[in-house]
Structures are given as structure tokens and as C-alpha cells.
Design a protein around this ligand. Structure first.
Ligand SMILES: O=C(O)C(=O)C[C@H](O)C(=O)CO
Ligand code: ZN
Length: 277
């Protein structure tokens, strides 16, 4: 498992492109036949992927890294499938996940196995995991079960729908909050006007992008912004002090996952457009 340490905003001001990408960009996901995990010391948030091909993939990590006998001994897990149909088996119970279906797996599940229905067209399971103190039930939600929130307008090129899956009024969890945002065709901007939330960190995974498309992901303190160029199926870590917003060369979808002091989605500190630099 790859480890990412935390960064002070005063240090990040001095980072060049390479160093910014090294600390915040996650490019190693969705390798066929492999489980990939990146452990961030920002709220001990694990970002990962599993792309089972012929054989099932087991969710596991070094017991020393985890400080626990098995992966979910002290953690909870959110999964969203961004590929073709697959199955997640949790302690022997099978949950079939279609594209954009979500599964929450609670603390204490000992065996989590990922399988694809068709090895030639595999499932692509995206994983977010955070420390947990209590067991909540394992629950599946399809996109139609998520709470939709329509925002933005075509005039500002940010018309989009936020689908909340794991959140205060949806699937219950200890601290993980997770969902996805789909841009309407012809719209390019997400999360602008932008915000920070010192109470929570956040990770974005951009996907459903054309091969030659890019997203300019904005980060940094509101008056010290930087950008990271992102390609399809890449994720980016946003520390609690950083804005997180992007503009693409074509419409795209992204999964957001958060952890920290609260689960209040609307607890954001909006950045006035007159102040951003
Ligand atoms: O499009 C948006 O706006 C979002 O999806 C915002 C994210 O969900 C977010 O940053 C929540 O804090
Ligand atoms: Zn946010």
C-alpha cells in the first residue's frame, strides 16, 4: 500500500508541478487484475480500486500498515462501480453492482471479495475507506436510490447533478460521506464557486472522460491556487484547507468522498468570487 503524508499549506505554496502531482495526484488506480490502495494521512483516508479479471480479488493490506488483523477490523468502506457488472462478496453474501451502484460495508466484515461478471469487460470498483468506531449495516444503493441535487446553469457552464449515496440522510456510516456528480452535456465546471471545509478532507475521482480529455483540477488555499491536470480515472487528494474544483475539456463525472469532524454536506466555507486568486 502506498503511503501519502500530510502537507502544510505554507510548504505547498513552494511546490512545482512535479511535487504537487507527487503529493496529491493518484494515477495508479484501475490496473486489471490488481487491488491498488493509497493511504493518506489526511484523516487516514484510503483511496483504492479493484479490477477483477478472471479471478476474484480479496481486499487486504499489510497488517502492520493497517494496525489491525484484517482490513475492516477498525474501518468502514464505500465502493462505487465505474465499470461493467460485478459482484462484491461480504463474508459470503453476494451484492451485484452495476455501473454507478454503490455498496457500503460496515466495520468488522472479515472477507471482502471482488468479482467481474465478464473478464473481457470487467467491473471497476472504486474504494474509499475511513477509520470507524461502530458497525453500521452493509447496504447497497443504485444511482436511482441516491439523493439527487441539481445545481448550476448552462450560462455558467456548471449545470450538474450531485448524487448523495453515503450521507446523513442516506446510507449511514461513522464518518465516510460519498457520492458522485454528473455534469450535464456541454457543461465543464464543477464546484465553482468553490469552497473549503476545514472540518473534512476530500478526494475526487474523475472518470467517464474521453481519452484525450483533461480536467484542470484547482487546489490550494483560496488566495494561493494551483492546478493539477487530471486524466480519465485519476484521483486527487484535497487537504481540509484546500479548494477542490475543476474545469474539463469535455463533460465528465466525478466521485467525491469525505471524512473528518462531521458529515454535514452543506458545512462548507464558500469562497467569494471576488476573493479567489
Ligand atoms: O459539483 C459539486 O459542487 C460537488 O460535487 C461538490 C462536492 O460534492 C464537494 O466538494 C462536497 O464538499
Ligand atoms: Zn468539498
Amino acid at each position: 500500500m502506498e503511503i501519502r503524508y500530510s502537507n502544510h499549506p505554507q510548504d505547498v505554496k513552494k511546490y512545482d508541478t512535479e511535487e504537487l502531482r507527487h503529493h496529491f495526484l493518484i494515477q495508479s488506480l484501475f490496473v486489471p487484475g490488481e487491488l491498488k490502495l493509497v493511504y493518506s494521512h489526511n484523516d487516514r483516508f484510503i483511496t483504492g480500486s479493484a479490477v477483477p479479471v478472471k479471478e476474484a480479488i480479496k481486499l487486504e493490506a499489510d497488517a502492520k500498515d493497517m494496525g489491525a488483523p484484517f482490513f475492516l477490523a477498525r474501518r468502514e468502506l464505500g465502493i462505487i462501480n465505474i465499470g461493467a457488472k460485478g459482484t462484491v462478496k461480504v463474508d459470503g453474501t453476494a451484492y451485484e453492482l452495476d455501473n454507478k451502484d454503490c455498496l457500503y460495508v460496515g466495520l468488522g466484515a472479515e472477507e471482502v471479495l471482488f468479482e467481474s461478471a465478464d473478464a473481457a469487460n470487467p467491473a471497476k470498483f472504486y474504494l474509499n475507506s475511513t477509520p470507524a468506531h461502530k458497525q453500521y449495516p452493509t447496504v447497497k444503493a443504485a444511482q436511482k436510490d441516491a439523493n439527487p441535487r441539481h445545481l448550476g446553469s448552462i450560462e455558467t457552464s456548471n449545470e450538474r447533478t450531485i448524487y448523495q449515496y453515503i450521507h446523513e440522510k442516506g446510507i449511514q456510516s461513522c464518518q465516510l460521506v460519498m457520492g458522485l456528480t454528473q455534469l450535464d452535456p456541454g457543461n465543464m465546471w464543477n464546484t465553482m464557486p468553490c469552497h473549503t471545509h476545514e472540518r473534512r478532507m476530500e478526494v475526487y475521482l474523475y472518470f467517464d472522460m474521453p481519452e484525450n480529455g483533461v480536467v484542470f483540477h484547482m487546489m490550494g488555499q483560496p488566495t494561493e491556487t494551483r492546478h493539477i491536470i487530471m486524466r480519465n480515472q485519476e484521483a486527487v487528494i484535497s487537504p481540509s484547507w484546500s479548494i477542490h474544483s475543476g474545469v474539463g475539456t469535455a463533460a465528465y463525472t466525478f466521485i467525491w468522498g469525505m471524512a473528518g469532524e462531521n458529515q454535514a454536506f452543506d458545512d462548507m466555507d464558500g469562497v467569494p468570487m471576488t476573493e479567489i486568486r
